[in-house]
Design a protein around this ligand. Sequence first.
Ligand code: JEE
Length: 236
Amino acid sequence: MSSVNRFDVITIFPDYLAPLSLSLIGKAQASGLISIGIHDLRDQTTDVHGSVDDTPYGGGAGMVMSPEPWGKAIDQVAELAPGEIHELIVLTPAGEKFTQELAQELTNSKHLIFACGRYEGIDVRVSDFYSKAKNFKVREVSIGDYVLGGGEVATLVIMEAIIRLIPGVIGNPASLDEESHTLTSESGVLVEYPNYTKPKEWRGLNVPDILLSGNHGEIAKWRLEQAQIRTKNRPS
Ligand code: JEE
């Protein structure tokens, strides 16, 4: 099955997404495996100030992002993947929790659009409108229970988790295969075993003898035990 190959991000802070040109994701773009567009929401504004927010109906603190610039921006980026189903990811602290399982699921969408709000978030009619629009799927997603200033950092997290799952992005697919054994939705999470490299002794601390033994069966057994101990002792 073919994987996701186009990502578009809409934000009032395009520079926040600059790290997408680096490392693994930068190489995936350079090799043509994926395309990423970063779009400035303010390009869709009509007034001299480039206003994207307004006071909340019903009162309350802070400002809410107006629906019209979002509608224009989303319609425009949808045209960049004609004929595809567009999956709109709206970042919000109230969203579904992002997990490895969701990362895996999102690799099956050909076109992902990330809506990065600021202020108190985006007028909910944007989600509602595209949920009903044909050719769109919409998900409201959160990366965890802490409060960020906007959706940009969450988008970086989610895109990195998805892109490294795309076939050909990671040089050594054996490491992905190993992850799928330790990170499964059914059996829960088994945290990784401890890693060591040279030198054999560092500041009085030694590498466990078993790892120097060359006995691959015993090493696998020891690593599994260590992973189980760490899983049990990990603070929630
Ligand atoms: C998108 C704006 C800032 C701050 C009100 C009321 C919320 C919005 N895991 C995650 N944490 N935060 C985000 C996230 C934050 C965002 C936007 C994502 C757009 N903001 C913002 C405060 C509030 N608070 C009390 O409950 C908490 C709303 C995120 C993700 N993904």
